[in-house]
Design a protein. Structure first.
Length: 356
């Protein structure tokens, strides 16, 4: 039988081992529990070669998961069942996450390349003090169309309701983006909280569906569909339009005269990030002009990075789809975060549309 003195000795040894392991752990990586980086991103929204380059330069492993909509990303983070170090939401969702204390303030001392961001993209209304968001990409929403399949002028949302294009229109599988199209078509704000205007927009979308115009509601799938000439018209983000037009010369892009959405996506750090300094290292890496230019060439979206813009080929930086004249955006609006009661109105309208 082990005597009391021996038991105490064993206990002291165990305590020493535990404490030693704790001290060893504290000296490893100040920026996180495991020294890695967990990224939650839109699909196909970052050149994978840049991830490889960052890992090679820093020794930090990047783990990337993808989502289709801002709302899916928000719900996953809100659940508290996951932990990410970096996400890339859109303007109105950044505003929402700030208001709900879901984001960390960024230490801009760790991001010297922030100097390359154009002034137009800083201190926007959804982050007026410039504390939580680093601009990533920006763009517009418009109409992509096949010049061989569309014989009418494409300068208005009305073309998406033209019965000539039955089963040939692709809409966005997103509440606010598709509702935006109908709202702007009717001359309303895309941020309206009026029940009558939301109902009117819903009814427009129902009519479009009843007339058999809508081939499908899509997000990322629209790229392959339009390149393969599977539809005549589609509501798309400008960056995707650039990519699709490169792959199919029969495609063109138009900004509707009624106006549309001008959007801004940003790099933000979720509250409680275990690897915040690694996230800031990665942000600074992405803002390096050479890396930013490489990223733009890969994904096709518009950069807010002035250093990167100088490095791009003339055919890219002079592309009016990617970099439209500011005068052409006079009827455009930025999505704002809607209160919960207004969101319920939109979600109810969307559900009624989907089951119709």
């Amino acid at each position: 039988m082990i005597n009391l003195k021996f038991k105490r000795l064993i206990s002291l040894i165990c305590i020493f081992i535990i404490l030693s392991s704790l001290f060893i752990g504290c000296g490893k990586e100040e920026s996180g529990v495991n020294g890695d980086l967990y990224l939650y991103n839109w699909g196909d929204y970052l050149d994978p070669d840049l991830i490889n380059k960052f890992e090679a330069e820093t020794g930090i492993n990047v783990h990337e998961d993808v989502y289709d909509t801002n709302e899916i990303m928000y719900q996953k983070l809100k659940s508290g069942n996951v932990s990410y170090d970096l996400v890339i939401p859109s303007d109105y969702m950044i505003e929402k996450m700030i208001s709900e204390n879901m984001l960390e303030k960024i230490n801009f001392n760790n991001i010297p390349n922030y100097t390359y961001i154009g002034e137009r993209f800083k201190h926007l209304p959804f982050d007026p003090n410039g504390e939580y968001y680093v601009p990533y990409m920006w763009g517009t929403v418009g109409i992509l169309y096949n010049k061989k399949m569309v014989s009418d002028p494409v300068d208005s949302w009305n073309v998406l309701w033209n019965k000539k294009y039955k089963d040939n229109v692709i809409m966005v599988n997103s509440v606010r983006d598709s509702m935006m199209v109908a709202l702007k078509k009717l001359g309303y704000s895309l941020n309206t909280n009026k029940q009558s205007e939301i109902n009117a927009a819903k009814n427009e979308l129902i009519k479009q569906k009843e007339d058999g115009l809508v081939r499908a509601y899509m997000v990322d799938e629209v790229k392959d569909a339009m390149v393969a000439n599977e539809a005549a018209l589609a509501v798309v983000w400008s960056g995707d339009a650039v990519t699709m037009m490169d792959r199919n010369p029969d495609l063109d892009f138009a900004l509707p005269k009624e106006g549309s959405n001008e959007w801004f996506d940003g790099l933000v750090i979720p509250k409680g990030s275990k690897n915040k300094e690694n996230a800031e290292k990665f942000i600074n890496f992405l803002l390096n002009p050479e890396n930013a230019a490489q990223n733009v060439e890969y994904i096709g979206y518009s950069t807010p990075n002035t250093g990167a813009l100088e490095l791009l080929d003339d055919n890219i930086k002079n592309n009016k789809v990617a970099y439209p004249d500011l005068n052409s955006l006079k009827n455009f609006e930025v999505f704002t975060d809607l209160d919960s009661s207004t969101l319920k109105k939109y979600n109810k309208a969307w559900l009624e549309l989907m089951v119709h």
